[in-house]
Ligand binder design. Structure first.
Ligand code: GLU
Length: 419
């Protein structure tokens, strides 16, 4: 996706961040060549019979960036702005993300360029099944395991699981994660990304000696990640003063009633019109006077144009890639503490890993067990990244990239070059 202020392509952002971390790690050029680029990229045509009888051709992608540390892993996104470059960037970030939380997966991502908000359930099902059939040769529980991402959900995963299983001839729940519970999903998966965001914010507050109760929070994006993070922050006594989604933004200086806002969003699909709140320009949310800013929407939300106006002490990147490198440079000079995406939002893929383990073992865990394990993983990852940040005096993003890329580099050196 391009932004007006920078026009920097997101895949170039991913490559730039890689180079910076590789330099800081003093990685040799052979290792860089081995781990920097996607291993496999597939572009597929997805013809779908629409409800009105017309045939519509969609374009879909699946990019496997790395299988060095384990099967490729990452979500599938349905959005009008999906491009191959975006999917390549997101797949690259998945590799470093899985390594940061030290789960035995590589990185992948998929996407279909479409507008799911204007498609019926039947059209979405037919598109999902045809897309699955097109990427079927390269996915599988030991090879590449999709999951939900922007505008895909447990139902989407159920269709993928069914299409894959029917083709193979027997049920294979481990081919996707983020499935419904009744198909081998895990307790705690649907809220895992937001819960992980909350755990890392708690760690950051502890590190900065900041009080979470009473802290003012602004959340951009009220989907799966943003709404759960907002709910948990609200329960912990923080004041969530502003929330936006793709249709509008609501503000209340005393704090919004998040459970009621989630109720409204579930009923109407939007946050706009929430009583006991003022309407606000969504662009203003990012520069609001608040303690914690949670960008939980799409890439490049904060760029060189609006970064100078950001006031938050903590930015918790629930979305993937919400800050451009130019924004990073501005905020690094501003004492802003950034919890980078590959650490902050890694709770989703972590519980995906738990789900995959449960599917492989046909043995399922209790919710509290999932939460406890997730909390431990997130705390350990936070501590590991923070240590590099403090020891090497580098920004948190660079520290996280150094941790993730360093782990992948170590694995690739041990494996060597085939043949
Ligand atoms: N789409 C999520 C992410 O960006 C989850 C991926 C997964 O669970 O595989 O991390």
């Amino acid at each position: 996706m391009l932004t007006a202020a920078t026009t920097q392509n997101v895949y170039d952002v991913a490559l730039e961040n890689f180079d910076r971390a590789a330099d800081a790690l003093d990685l040799d050029s052979d290792t860089r060549e081995m781990i920097k680029y996607p291993e496999r990229m597939l572009t597929v045509t997805v013809p779908v019979r629409m409800d009105d009888g017309r045939l519509h051709r969609f374009e879909g992608y699946r990019v496997q960036h790395s299988s060095v540390r384990g099967p490729a892993k990452g979500g599938i996104r349905y959005h009008p702005q999906v491009t191959l470059d975006e999917v390549k960037a997101l797949a690259t970030w998945m590799t470093w993300k899985c390594a940061v939380v030290n789960i035995p997966f590589g990185g992948a991502k998929g996407g279909v360029t479409c507008d799911p908000k204007h498609m019926s359930a039947g059209e979405l099902e037919r598109m999902t099944r045809r897309y699955t059939s097109a990427i079927l040769p390269i996915i599988g529980p030991e090879q590449d395991i999709p999951a939900p991402d922007v505008y895909t959900n447990a139902q989407t995963m159920a269709w993928i699981m069914d299409t894959y299983s029917m083709t193979k001839g027997y049920p294979i729940p481990g081919v996707v994660t983020g499935k419904p519970l009744s198909l081998g999903g895990s307790l705690g998966r649907s809220e895992a990304t937001g819960r992980g965001v909350f755990y890392t914010i708690t760690c950051a507050c502890e590190h900065l000696k900041m009080q979470l109760p009473g802290a003012a929070v602004a959340v951009q994006g009220f989907g799966n990640a943003g709404s759960v993070a907002a709910q948990l922050l609200h329960e912990a006594g923080a004041r969530v003063v502003a929330v936006s989604d793709s249709t509008g933004c609501v503000y209340n200086s005393k704090g919004l009633n998040i459970p009621e806002l989630i109720h409204l969003k579930t009923l109407t699909g939007r946050v706009a019109g929430f009583p006991e709140a003022e309407a606000m320009d969504p662009a203003e949310l990012l520069t609001l006077k608040c303690d914690i800013l949670v960008p939980a929407a799409l890439e490049s939300a904060i760029d060189s144009a609006n970064a100078p106006g950001v006031h938050a002490r903590i930015i918790a990147e629930a979305a993937n890639g919400p800050l451009t490198p130019a924004a990073d440079r501005i905020l690094n000079g501003n004492e802003t503490f950034v919890i980078p995406d590959i650490l902050c939002n890694a709770g989703g893929v972590t519980v995906s890993y738990f789900e995959w383990v449960q599917d492989e073992q046909h043995l399922f865990w209790e919710a509290q067990d999932v939460y406890n394990r997730l909390e431990r993983v997130m705390q350990t990852a936070f501590r590991d990244v923070l240590k590099i940040h403090l020891d090497r005096k580098v920004p948190m993003r660079l520290a996280a990239n150094m941790l993730g890329i360093g782990r992948v580099a170590e694995a690739v050196k041990l494996r060597g070059v085939y043949p």
